[in-house]
Design a binder for this molecule. Structure first.
Ligand code: APR
Length: 355
């Protein structure tokens, strides 16, 4: 017998009705299904900070139909979070995605998130380095992390706020989560910039450029020309050493270039890199992506989060991959790691509770 169709607004997470569908808390669902929404539910992605990076993350996640989305901001900005959520939800019919998208300042709404992306914090202004943000953003990320630990203790957390390497440490210390469930987004962005500039120089598709990058998220990141190829062809056969160096330098300074032009820091590409990681985790893809992952014996780092190639799957960082480095690359990596250690040292000195 065909059940009576009663189209109403229902909640994708199992509630049967809501009073106001325009809060965008719920998506219209067809009650013909008898599936248990708790076992067949969509993935849930919470994004902390509904500013430029956070909203762009939400947009890429929705476009890829990765799951339901919660955009969280401070109470003063809750209207912005809610407005962006409604605006984005109304792209669904055109862009063809189904997702519940809400804006909120209530951390209870992040409960049962599979992935949480932290973009809360202040961005750079022209003339500032990422490190100049440390004092303000440690406080913000510490308070956000307390809320995450209290409300979504099983989530995998992707940090995006800068200075990235210090923020990953802060979130790890504050949440007490195992190291596999704390990871920083930097390498996916940096490598995307590097690939873009290499492809532009060669005049080929960005898709055909494969590259690798190590180290911290700063001007001392280590793009590895020796691990860069274009559809399997070593990049050194297609570009001169000077041309490759120019691409390496532009990738290193790529963030600063955008800040100088826009007066604030980049957001489309950082968000795209973050969602690439979220997708790998949500779909358990086991993708090998450059990200800030916890390394102890790996690369001789000794207990810090640094940019390395890692396997990302449903448990978060499932494996750190160690690659051979030549003497020059090893020296650059050591220098970058020592900068990460300095940054973490500053956090420990300034905030003794995080030591
Ligand atoms: N909880 C939630 N949101 C917060 C909190 C908090 N405790 N504190 C600040 N925010 C929010 C701000 O209200 C703002 O809406 O974070 C948002 C940050 O947005 P933008 O100012 O637009 O900054 P954005 O460009 O998105 O950069 C955010 O990401 O890439 C990094 O360097 C960048 O550290 C910066 C961060």
């Amino acid at each position: 017998m065909v059940p009576k169709v009663n189209l109403k607004f229902g909640c994708a997470r199992g509630q049967t009705s809501v009073s106001d569908p325009f809060t965008m808390r719920c998506s219209p669902i067809h009650p013909l299904t008898s599936r248990d929404p708790n076992t067949m539910r969509r993935a849930k992605i919470s994004i902390i900070g509904a500013g430029n990076v956070g909203a762009s993350c939400a947009m890429w996640a929705a476009a890829k139909e990765l799951g339901d989305i919660v955009l969280v901001d401070i109470p003063d900005k809750v209207g912005v979070a809610q407005g962006k959520a409604i605006d984005l939800a109304c792209c669904g019919p055109t862009e063809r995605f189904d997702a519940s998208i809400i804006g909120t300042s209530d951390y209870a709404d992040v409960a049962k998130s599979d992935v949480i992306i932290v973009t809360a914090g202040i961005p750079r202004k022209p003339g500032m380095s990422r490190d100049d943000l440390i004092a303000t953003n440690v406080k913000i990320v510490r308070s956000v992390s307390e809320q995450i630990a209290a409300n979504a203790p099983d989530a995998v957390v992707i940090l995006v706020s800068n200075p990235l390497d210090a923020m990953v440490y802060t979130a790890w210390k504050t949440t007490g989560f195992p190291t596999n469930r704390i990871v920083g987004q930097a390498g996916c962005l940096d490598v995307a910039r590097f690939r873009t500039f290499i492809a532009g120089k060669i005049g080929c598709s960005v898709e055909d450029v494969s590259a690798l990058l190590l180290g911290g998220h700063g001007d001392d990141m280590v793009p590895l020309a020796s691990y860069t190829s274009v559809h399997g062809i070593p990049v050194s056969q297609l570009l001169s050493a000077d041309e490759i160096t120019a691409c390496v330098e532009r990738a290193k300074m790529g963030g600063g270039e955008v800040v100088k032009l826009m007066g604030t820091s980049a957001y489309y590409a950082p968000a795209s890199g973050s969602i690439l990681m979220a997708e790998a985790i949500i779909k358990d893809k086991k993708r090998i992506l450059p990200c800030a992952a916890y390394c102890d014996s790996e690369y001789g780092v000794g207990g810090y989060f640094v940019g390395v190639p890692a396997v990302l799957g449903s448990s978060g960082v499932e494996k750190v991959i160690e690659i051979d480095l030549n003497a020059e690359e090893k020296a650059l990596m050591d220098e970058s790691v020592s900068h990460v250690k300095d940054l973490v040292g500053t956090v420990r000195e300034t905030f003794p509770d995080l030591a």
